[in-house]
Design a protein around this ligand. Structure first.
Ligand code: HEC
Ligand code: HEC
Ligand code: HEC
Ligand code: HEC
Length: 487
């Protein structure tokens, strides 16, 4: 066996190779060391307290002084220029594009005004302006309870701490108005001392406790979804106290929540056309998401809606919460190798098919409501109508559950299609029973008014839009400027 010295004297180039090889190794070790240091400083950057943030600091710009990257990206939720095939942050008047909705919600505030959601930055402005919150001309009046603010602002945990949870919910929406100035932000999801993710909304903690679970046991990845589950869930205002409650005691599927409501004899409103006792689904994004493959494989909301991004060598979490289709390269493409186009088409394919089922169900529901009205008008008895109205309630609950879970058709396409199919079956059953009933009463024709535009649909269900709009304008002129100053 030759020694290295012998090799080098025989083949002088070998010495150079040895030299270059060791130089390369030293260089690589250097990179490794610096990357470890960088990662440490990334980690230190990530949770960089101490700051002098006060508990319940609700002003996002104050947090922004300590965490400028997160704050700057949070501000981007103000952008309203992105539109995907079915969603995006451009506002769309849903009653305009889908006038059936006004008929489906007849007798309920959503028939007055319903826009597709935009970024978190707009949460406070949008709830002030919507016709659904009406026109409270005296600050302690106003039709809606304080509970309506619950998912709009980091001023909510601040005021709950100050007034107590019960009094917060019980108070009037308008009375809390001057306190609610900051849109969804830092204090909704972070502890101001440690910066760790935290649950600030009692309703989620309470729902967990009633299920025998505790948020304290949730792991880090789970928390990256649970912070969203404070708001993107199904809920209702319980009793006279208007106590915000998630109906999860029996489970979190569409059937289990329905059975929870049925047990209570709960309904959100009585339908103005059919007189059916209705349920309004809110936005069960979290519940539906849990039934899809991404959740089952441990993917969290933040993985697709708040991806890691890099800026000047610093890796941080984008706080531009938005459609992942506007940032495929930092979301889907982290885990999937397909082209952006293919991934986008995967989303569209699922959404298109679910949308077809949803529109079909909308149409048969509109007919069912008017056929029920025709039966009442012809003198049908309460007892005869009861089972039919119950089917209409069940069918529309299933429709709304999917319609209101805006991401559901991608988050959990199979569950979404199943729920809609079950809705279609129930709506068709209602119509079959109604057809027999109407036939028996000699009703030959059912009048369905023209609901082809938003205006026509709202007129058909008897809404006086002119008054509603005029009152809201007065509110904006007389009351809102005071709120904006933070009275
Ligand atoms: C809707 C919930 C939510 C809101 C609102 C929110 N964050 Fe975060 N934040 C997160 C999530 C999720 C992460 C990722 C945490 C993790 O994986 O450890 C995060 C991470 C962070 C981190 C750790 C570093 C990083 O970038 O990963 C900082 C600092 C931070 N946020 C600051 C802020 C500031 C400042 C605001 C207000 C402008 C804010 N956050 C608003 C959910 C939120
Ligand atoms: C404090 C309540 C609250 C929390 C927490 C919250 N959201 Fe929202 N979110 C809302 C509200 C309210 C809107 C509608 C705002 C509007 O249209 O004015 C919204 C809108 C959205 C939109 C639509 C925006 C767009 O540009 O299309 C997405 C996506 C979204 N949220 C995802 C998330 C995710 C993901 C999380 C958790 C990381 C989260 N949200 C946490 C209340 C919340
Ligand atoms: C954090 C990793 C991760 C991210 C981010 C992610 N996925 Fe996935 N995706 C998965 C895993 C894991 C599965 C399940 C596949 C398996 O286990 O074989 C999956 C499954 C899928 C499927 C097949 C499931 C079905 O419904 O038929 C599609 C399509 C898909 N992903 C598209 C996307 C798109 C589009 C995005 C971005 C909006 C995305 N994924 C983001 C990890 C991810
Ligand atoms: C695997 C990626 C992925 C995960 C994880 C994920 N989403 Fe989504 N989400 C999407 C896609 C894709 C869309 C459709 C966006 C579009 O059509 O532009 C969407 C849509 C939404 C929308 C509707 C946005 C709008 O503009 O109407 C909301 C709200 C939402 N998701 C919330 C959540 C919440 C809350 C979670 C966790 C419980 C979550 N998402 C988890 C990929 C994901």
């Amino acid at each position: 066996m030759k020694t290295i010295k012998e090799v080098i004297t025989k083949k002088p180039w070998f010495g150079w190779i040895l030299f270059l090889a060791s130089a390369t190794i030293v260089f690589l070790l250097g990179i490794l060391a610096s990357s470890i240091v960088e990662r440490r400083s990334e980690a230190r950057y990530a949770y960089r307290p101490p700051t002098n943030l006060q508990p319940f600091e609700s002003d996002n710009s104050i947090w922004g002084k300590f965490y400028p990257r997160e704050y700057q990206t949070f501000l981007l939720t103000a952008d309203t220029s992105f539109r995907s095939k079915h969603a995006g942050n451009k506002t769309i008047d849903m009653l305009e594009t889908d006038p059936e909705l006004a008929v489906l919600w007849a007798g309920y505030a959503f028939s007055k005004d319903y826009y597709q959601a935009r970024g978190h930055f707009w949460a406070v402005e949008d709830i002030r302006n919507t016709l659904r919150t009406g026109s409270p001309m005296t600050p302690d009046a106003g039709p809606q309870p304080g509970t309506c603010w619950a998912c709009k602002s980091p001023d909510v945990p601040r005021m709950m701490e100050k007034m107590g949870i019960d009094s917060f919910y019980k108070s009037k929406w308008a009375a809390l108005g001057p306190e609610m100035n900051n849109p969804i932000g830092c204090a909704d999801c972070h502890d101001s001392k440690t910066m760790v993710l935290t649950i600030t909304r009692p309703a989620l903690k309470e729902a967990y406790e009633r299920q025998g679970k505790s948020i304290a046991d949730a792991g880090h990845q789970e928390m990256r979804s649970l912070v969203c589950a404070q708001c993107h869930v199904e809920y209702y205002f319980k009793g006279e106290e208007k106590y915000l409650t998630f109906p999860w005691d029996k489970g979190m599927t569409v059937n289990e929540m329905e059975s929870y409501y049925d047990n209570y004899g709960y309904s959100d409103w009585t339908h103005a056309v059919s007189r059916a006792p209705m349920l309004k689904a809110q936005h069960p994004d979290y519940e539906l998401f849990r039934l899809g493959i991404h959740s089952q494989r441990g993917v969290a909301c933040a993985d697709c809606h708040m991806p890691y991004i890099s800026e000047g060598g610093v890796k941080f979490t984008s706080h531009h919460v938005q459609s992942p289709l506007n940032m495929i390269s930092s979301t889907c493409a982290i885990c999937h190798r397909q082209s952006e186009e293919e991934l986008r088409n995967n989303v569209y394919e699922r959404q298109d098919k679910i949308a077809d089922l949803r529109h079909y169900l909308e149409e048969i529901l509109v007919s069912a409501h008017y056929e029920a009205k025709a039966a009442w008008d012809a003198g049908a008895q309460e007892e005869t109508m009861k089972p039919v109205l119950s089917l209409i309630r069940q069918a529309q609950w299933r429709w709304d559950f999917i319609a209101a879970s805006h991401g559901g058709s991608f988050h959990a396409p199979i569950e979404s299609a199943t729920v809609l199919s079950n809705g279609i079956i129930r709506a068709l059953e209602a119509r079959i029973e109604l057809a027999a009933l109407l036939e028996g009463m000699g009703v030959k024709e059912v009048m369905i008014p023209d609901y082809s535009t938003k205006e026509k649909a709202q007129k058909a269900i008897g809404l006086d839009m002119e008054t509603l709009i005029r009152e809201k304008e007065e509110f904006k002129k007389q009351i809102l400027p005071g709120w904006e100053k933070g009275l």
